[in-house]
Design a protein around this ligand. Structure first.
Ligand code: XUL
Ligand code: CO
Length: 428
């Protein structure tokens, strides 16, 4: 291989073995890892208190050349890591022009080059999206802007991002509502903003299907940051929104671990809510820091978290159009390009081990058995009759009067036994 940017030639994994068969499927198809373009090829480590620490121009000489070099670096990295997919925002992959037309022209030039490199290297696009949150025009929102011209500009950007996604064979298109929220209700018409957002999503579906997009649209929930209150707060909120506006046929959820934490939920809670609403789609794999209250986007290495996540993914029947996108970046102090390789190896191995652990938990059977027994009264004649909608408040009141000792039917939740059982399975 022609190495230019990274020292490592081939990533060495302890747990990830792409072609190993697990439950009848190759590991790479269970996990469908993806590189995030923005963190990996664009972010230079700047934060609120300091500038970038790592040059990401990859030796490029002018704006177009720099973005072509980013494509080269992406291909090299994906080959080193043996992973097939990547995800991007429009703004990550091409320089912004002075006008919308010029920006779109730049997107055409770079996506031509990308298409060529993807087919040469056998790489695929997991999903695309439009960055409708960085530019000052979106300071009050994009699809929820009070200003109709801003809304139209966002529509134009989404149209183009969809075209590029389709051109590159993407299986998904994400909406993360970066500025779709509010700071104060004193200046916000919430009802109009939400109706308008739904209208924009319907337009995106109509146009996407018209130009041949067969994949899934996703909403990525997040409760706060950058706005104080983001409309796509969590999985439950988004499920209600999609149901209200008749969007569940085309939309699923892209669940991000760190966003779950910010909403006060566990990662597996968000995944379960998605699954039971028929909305499980894709995952942004990362983690927060238990001592910090913001979106740190760290590479995930906590194996308990990846185990619980993969257990949910298996329960949901696995990925179809979705996958595991590492929406994660190396810490600012990890300032060498080679740290990117180490970071991905850490995240990929943590998920590969999580998958193996999840399979062990299912095969062991004790957790599922406990849960089934806990709900066994729902399979008695009374339980089934309630589930068949054949009971009334009157009939249940009569039953309760005749069965005085309710306490007799209650068992222990045995949480500590179950937690210890997980350890027993994992560390055999
Ligand atoms: C921001 C975030 C985004 C989305 C795509 O917190 O997660 O990068 O994944 O716009
Ligand atoms: Co994300």
């Amino acid at each position: 291989m022609n190495r230019k940017f990274f020292t490592c030639e081939k990533a060495q994994y302890r747990w990830y073995n792409p072609n190993e068969i697990i439950m009848g499927k190759e590991m790479k198809d269970h996990l469908k890892f993806a590189v995030s373009y923005w963190h990996t090829l664009c972010s230079e480590g700047a934060d609120m208190f300091g500038r970038g620490v790592l040059d990401k121009s990859f030796g490029g000489k002018d704006p177009i050349d720099i973005y072509k070099c980013k494509v080269d670096a992406l291909m090299e990295l994906m080959n080193i890591l043996s992973i097939d997919y990547f995800c991007f925002h429009d703004a990550d992959i091409a320089p912004e022009g002075k006008t919308l037309k010029e920006t779109n022209y730049n997107l055409d030039v770079i996506s031509d080059y990308m298409q060529e490199q993807m087919s040469k290297n056998g790489k695929k696009l997991l999903w695309g999206t439009a960055n409708c949150f960085n530019h000052p025009r979106y300071m009050h929102g994009a699809g929820t802007s009070p200003y109709v011209d801003v809304y139209a500009y966002a529509a134009a950007q989404i149209k183009k991002a969809l075209e590029v996604t389709v051109k590159l064979g993407g299986n998904g298109y994400v909406f993360w509502g970066g500025r779709e929220g509010y700071e104060t209700l004193l200046n916000t018409d919430m009802a109009l903003e939400l109706d308008n957002m739904a209208r924009l999503l319907h337009m995106a579906v109509d146009y996407g299907r018209k130009i041949g997009f067969k994949g899934d649209f996703y909403i990525e929930p997040k409760p706060k940051e950058p706005t104080k209150h983001q409309y796509d707060f969590d999985s439950s909120t988004v499920a209600g929104f999609l149901q209200k506006y008749d969007l569940t046929k085309d939309f699923k959820l892209n669940i991000e671990a760190n966003h779950a934490t910010l909403a006060g939920h566990t990662f597996e809670h968000e995944l379960t809510v998605a699954r039971i609403n028929g909305l499980f789609g894709s995952i942004d794999a990362n983690t927060g820091d238990s001592l910090l209250g913001w979106d740190t986007d760290q590479f995930p290495t906590n194996v308990y978290d990846t185990t619980m996540c993969m257990l949910e993914v298996l329960r949901a029947g696995g990925f179809t159009n979705g996958g595991l996108n590492f929406d994660a970046k190396a810490r600012r102090g990890s300032c060498a390009l080679d740290d990117i390789v180490d970071s991905y190896v850490a995240g990929i191995d943590a998920f590969a081990l999580g998958l193996k652990n999840a399979v062990k938990i299912i095969e062991d059977g004790r957790i599922d058995e406990f849960k089934n027994n806990r709900y066994s009264s729902w399979n008695t004649s009374l339980g089934l009759s309630i589930r068949n909608d054949s009971e009334t408040l009157e009939s249940l009141a009569k039953y309760a009067e005749e069965n005085a000792d309710v306490m007799k039917s209650i068992g222990s939740g045995r949480q500590e036994y179950l937690e210890n059982t997980i350890n027993d399975i994992l560390f055999k």
